[in-house]
Design a protein around this ligand. Structure first.
Ligand SMILES: C[S@@+](CC[C@H](N)C(=O)[O-])C[C@H]1O[C@@H](n2cnc3c(N)ncnc32)[C@H](O)[C@@H]1O
Length: 220
């Protein structure tokens, strides 16, 4: 599917499901909240920061950050943004391959469940790196290509949502290319409430984690 179709797809989802995490295609609320809780813990404490939620959808992922930070949300689904705005995000319609923010605007940039939908995903990481301040943090969460469970699901899925998946090493190289260091991973095992953390992909994480988050600090 092209990026243009994904815009229509998520506009339609938001029209049908409103503020629910179903608008962002999560399997169910339980699975979403487990992933959000663990990923935000992995991100670390955030207070008084300027944060970008890139591909924020209806804003459910970064909602807990709104109380103590200024959270911007960018997405090309304008229907989804209506719900993100109601959750307190400062929303802006836009495409992640070409952001309009100035260099180094954000202390923290999060991009949860998005890059697997974007052909030019490396352009997105480059843009996210550009708008991250030196010493700031970029966190990206996506699907593990080597997961046995994903390989099985891919056989049955219709929407081509699993066409693009990632190896942890591959994203680590892209993070390094765009100036990130101190790179760490969170390995997420859906639908189990189980995560592991480390600086790379061990054999267990490589084959069995269904998703992973990668974070790094932009070199000073
Ligand atoms: C699976 S949803 C995830 C939403 C949110 N990050 C979350 O975790 O709840 C993916 C979101 O990425 C947005 N998206 C996909 N490609 C995009 C692009 N090129 N530019 C802006 N938004 C995009 C979609 O509109 C959708 O809202």
């Amino acid at each position: 599917m092209s990026n243009h179709n994904w815009k229509q797809y998520f506009d339609k989802k938001a029209e049908v499901h409103g503020a629910s995490v179903k608008s962002s295609d999560y399997f169910n609320e339980k699975s979403f909240f487990m992933q959000r809780e663990n990923t935000l813990r992995f991100l670390g404490p955030c207070k008084g920061k300027v944060i970008l939620d890139a591909g924020c959808g209806v804003g459910a992922f970064s909602e807990p950050l709104v109380e103590h930070n200024i959270v911007y949300g960018v997405d090309f689904s304008e229907k989804s943004l209506e719900f993100a705005a109601a959750r307190g995000l400062k929303t802006m319609p836009g495409d992640l391959t070409a952001l309009t923010f100035e260099d180094g605007k954000f202390d923290v940039v999060v991009c949860n469940g998005v890059i697997q939908l974007i052909d030019q995903y490396e352009d997105v990481i480059k843009e996210l790196a550009r708008v991250t301040k030196r010493g700031g943090t970029l966190l990206v969460e996506t699907l593990n290509r080597n997961s046995l469970q994903r390989k099985l699901l891919k056989l049955f899925e219709k929407d081509k949502k699993f066409d693009r998946m990632f190896e942890m090493n591959e994203l680590q190289s892209v993070f390094k290319k765009y100036g990130f260091e101190h790179i760490e991973f969170l390995h997420i095992y859906h639908p189990f409430h189980f995560v592991t953390q480390g600086t790379g992909q061990g054999a267990l994480a490589n084959q069995f984690s269904t998703s992973f988050a990668i974070k790094g600090s932009k070199a000073k």
